[in-house]
Design a protein around this ligand. Sequence first.
Ligand SMILES: Nc1nc2c(ncn2[C@@H]2O[C@H](COP(=O)(O)OP(=O)(O)O)[C@@H](O)[C@H]2O)c(=O)[nH]1
Ligand SMILES: [Mg+2]
Length: 362
Amino acid sequence: MKIGLIGLPSTGKTTLFNLLTNMVGSSETAAGKTEPHVGVAKIPDKRIDFLANHYKPKKITYAAIEVIDIRGIEPESGGGKEKGAVHFLEAVRQVDALIHVVRVFRNGDVIHSEGSLDPLRDIDAVNMELLFADLAVIENRLKRIEASKKMTADLEAERAVLEKCRKCLESEKLIHSMDLTDDEKQVLKTFQFLTERPLVLLLNLDEDQFRSGSYEKKEALHDYAGKRGIPLLEISVRTEYEINQLDGDDKALFMEDLGILETGISRLASLIYDYLGLISFLTVGTDEVRAWTINKATTAKAAGGKIHSDIERGFIRAEIHKYADFERLGTIHAIKEKGLFKIEGKDHIIEDGDIINFRFNV
Ligand SMILES: Nc1nc2c(ncn2[C@@H]2O[C@H](COP(=O)(O)OP(=O)(O)O)[C@@H](O)[C@H]2O)c(=O)[nH]1
Ligand SMILES: [Mg+2]
């Protein structure tokens, strides 16, 4: 899975990227360059820590999200004519979800690209950029459909959906927020609309704002997100980045002092998993303890395919116990005694935290 970080200049995207991917020191490219930065964020998972402690495996593998620091948004350029904007739009098309980093932090040393602090205006500016790009695509396509000599039923259906999307965008709503049928979604697939991407707003607070839990226009921002069904997360990115550079003991101390119960990446990851309908299953052993990411409602057979196509092809059965039971009871033996060790067939639906051993034959 790939997530893209977007936002106006100097809102904290690269700091967040470095925090998520554990990069030390920023490696910003020179001004004007627009290539996105790519890295991998390891998703913290207490279950993996617990299981690794038990099995002492040679290898521990956490679930991971690919993160892309997408630069080059130019709200003024409109319609994506400039090179930077084209790069930006192309990069956005390649991700599964977007995190819009919004500056709420006050810091006189960092110049605000719009001259003043106004998170709502900034959110709108970025949304508009995405929205106009989609509108341009829609209008182009509608023109071509209207110019076509034969109006087939397929074209008619396409026209109807596009008109619907145009209305939505013209009322400044994102396509993601529309109620569409599966057929309609299918029609839209080829267009890869930017505003169809799931979007999370990340309000980047300064340390004082984070501590006190209050900042200007807080209510208005929560209102805005709530009305549009956009998830919103409050993180002090730089503070967490700085804490993350510390050693274990100091880290825990500072986190406690700031009232950070869960790190930003943990909160961000669970939010994205929820939002995109993702869960994890786990595999254990003395070789490797590992988390695997799947969609909700994945069958045992398909989950096996996530590990290796041979497992899916030669699937016999899945032996499953729940992580929560293992944490509580401590041994497989105890789990079996309580009848909590299950043998399941290919159509069994996997749940979050299932520890699975696949039996297969190829
Ligand atoms: N005070 C404060 N400054 C921040 C915070 N996050 C980022 N900055 C500063 O803002 C500037 C721009 O950050 P950067 O991550 O490069 O922003 P980008 O242009 O969006 O990639 C840097 O000087 C950061 O140190 C924050 O949470 N609080
Ligand atoms: Mg940057």
